[in-house]
Design a protein around this ligand. Sequence first.
Ligand SMILES: [Zn+2]
Length: 289
Amino acid sequence: MLDGIKKWIAFLLMTVLSPCALAAAPILSARIWPAEDYTRLTIESKAPIEHQMLIIEHPDRLVIDLEGVKLDENLKSLPSRVNADDPYIKSIRLGRFKPGVVRIVLDLKTRVSPQLFSLKPVASYGNRLVLDIYPEKDAMMSLLSEPFPEKQEKKPAKPEKEKIRPITIVVDAGHGGEDPGAHGRHSFEKNVTLSIAKKLARLIDDEQGMHAVLTRDGDYFIPLHGRVVKARSAKADLFVSIHADASPAGKPRVPRFSLFPKEAPPRLRQGGSRSAKTNPTSSAGWILP
Ligand SMILES: [Zn+2]
């Protein structure tokens, strides 16, 4: 009986989903944005794009397959958008790999550490498939993954106070780069959060026994997972994510804050977005929005 129902549901899903799955997702634009720390390739489309990535060596290449996409002028413009002095991309080739699948091949100048992820529409941006190409080892990541420096006592013989590890607070400036967050009349949330985060980090560092680590110190995007990785690498005791949500004109301004203590019971979570309240502790041990 249950099997019969399952088959019917599968059949209905196929009937409903097939036309959508087959329809090509129109590409709105394709661009390459070389930033200070990485190169970003963005493909903006009306609908989310199914995708796969392969990393190939000898020579180093990245292969991205886009499903349900037409090889249109926007995509064809990608090779001409590569800067000759891009530190990572030598050239881009693309073609129809098989029916309904466009394959993009990035010939690389060096080994890289790529991150491919999707962003939902926000403000004037549509769905975006984003490829961030970092050097093989992100400088900040490697710094954070180093063991916490223990201060060497010059006079070990003298029994002094027990060495106390400083409390590490990771200050996360929400959004960044292509993800501007909320829009004000003349401002973007990503800039507001960054300046608050830097000020907060300075205040924390001024406190004795406390140490602040920023997830980002410039205008670039880090996926949620990357923020968690940085917090864990820094062996953070507390993760503070700063956001500056917009409030409609005329509505009362309600200050909100979110606290994400490590593995705290749900009753300790304070404020935050609806998702923060409903999400259980993530597998990384952090409660995140
Ligand atoms: Zn935000």
